[in-house]
Design a protein around this ligand. Structure first.
Ligand code: SF4
Ligand code: SF4
Length: 404
């Protein structure tokens, strides 16, 4: 289902010697059948942000090229998959936004194919540059930026934010995430959320230095075993604190905790901060003063399309949101997913600029988001469009209205 990847085990790899897909024979039966099922309608291309931004990725061509290789291989051909049939740039261009998956009328999963190709490439050490560096930092430092874990709580200075180790009777664990902990801009969102939680009297706690990257982008860049290493570490921390309910401000952490972690025995109720804040308002624990000024809302892929959360952020913003054409489950990516956050991007191929243009065209003074990566991408994109629109998280918008 959406947002999920099938796990692979070390035992499996030791037995087969195969990680991911480097030849047609490595595709499973369902994938082979899906190549045949493709009717070349092009709906996946129409929805694909990588394709729209001029990157060398067309999900339709990917499927057709693999189909061609499947037929050629069946006829005794010996053309290679990687390099001869599918170029490396194609494999890494995907933002894992899932738009092609939901657009396809016959349930072909171009993203699933790309994930499998990435696993092979990652195992072969083919991931280089800034993304490879971020993966290394995840492994050695526990976060993609490489900050010392001890600094995970610097954002909370001056705020009364309880640590799970000091406050074991918390009701909800707040998973702040690497971006919310370390990214200077995202830290402001984190502080806004903290103030809102404190004002509402929520019994929460954070893990601070014991929180480690979920490994979401490692998994989606194809490094399954780095992901599993990080998941194992977090699994034991969460178990140690008997965590059942998690609040998160990052849709990628949310998706990983919801769809990846249960594969390793974890079961949590995971809630995004926009849903949680709206609940607090519904319960009368917070008020939502009327908004001044016009606003549009950019739906993060992993929040709206993959996990179906798109009404709560709008409710929080209040009446009269200036909507973009591509919204809710049919949102258009900001360009950061699938590990693309950690890659350099050609200036004329930025997905963020395409999306920011759409946001700016609504004429809204504020572009609201619900994801720290969208925040970075949309801020850059809006600037590139020459617009003075303010890009901020929905929580910041609410906190401001409450004078926090
Ligand atoms: S997941 Fe998104 S970026 Fe990747 S191929 Fe599909 S539509 Fe394109
Ligand atoms: S949307 Fe599905 S059927 Fe249409 S071209 Fe893409 S993969 Fe093929």
């Amino acid at each position: 289902s959406l947002g999920q990847l099938k796990p692979i085990s070390i035992e499996e790899v030791e037995e087969t010697g195969v990680v991911g897909v480097s030849e047609i024979a490595h595709l499973d039966q369902q994938q082979l059948l899906s190549l045949d099922a493709c009717m070349e309608c092009g709906r996946c291309d129409d929805a694909c942000p990588a394709f729209a931004s001029g990157k060398p990725l067309s999900p339709k061509a990917l499927v057709q090229d693999l189909k061609g290789l499947m037929q050629a291989t069946a006829n005794g051909g010996s053309v290679a998959l990687h390099g001869d049939t599918i170029q490396a740039e194609t494999v890494w261009a995907c933002t894992s936004c899932n738009a092609c998956v939901t657009a396809c009328p016959v349930r072909v999963d171009p993203l699933g194919l790309l994930f499998d190709l990435r696993r092979d490439r990652a195992a072969e050490g083919a991931l280089a540059g800034s993304a490879a560096n971020s993966m290394r930092q995840m492994q050695t430092k526990g976060n993609p930026w490489g900050f010392p874990q001890a600094e995970r709580l610097v954002w909370a200075e001056g705020l009364d934010v309880p640590l799970a180790s000091d406050h074991p009777d918390f009701e909800i664990l707040w998973w702040v995430g690497c971006a919310g902990s370390f990214d200077r801009r995202a830290q402001k969102v984190t502080r806004a959320i903290a103030k809102l939680l404190i004002k509402a009297g929520v019994n929460f706690a954070v893990l601070g230095p014991n929180e480690c990257c979920t490994g979401d982008s490692a998994r989606r860049l194809g490094d399954e075993f780095l992901f599993q290493e990080l998941a194992e570490k977090n699994h034991s921390t969460l178990k140690q604190h008997s965590v059942r309910k998690i609040l998160t401000q990052c849709p990628h952490c949310m998706n990983s905790l919801t769809h990846d972690y249960p594969q390793f025995g974890d079961q949590f109720e995971v809630v995004h901060h926009t849903e949680f804040l709206q609940q607090l308002i519904d319960e009368g624990k917070l008020t939502a003063p009327k908004r001044n000024g016009s606003v549009t809302y950019h739906d993060p892929c992993y929040l709206a399309r993959v996990n179906g959360v798109h009404q709560a952020p709008r409710d929080l913003l209040g009446d009269g949101v200036s909507e973009m054409e591509q919204r809710r489950e049919k949102t258009f990516c900001c360009g950061a997913g699938g590990g693309r956050m950690w890659m350099e991007e050609e200036a004329d191929q930025r997905v963020s600029v395409l999306r920011a243009r759409e946001a700016v065209e609504t004429g809204a003074e504020t572009v609201a988001v619900g994801c720290p990566f969208c925040l970075t991408m949309m801020t850059d994109g809006v600037k590139s469009c020459g617009s003075g629109a303010v890009v901020e998280d929905v929580a910041e918008n609410l906190a401001k209205r409450l004078g926090l």
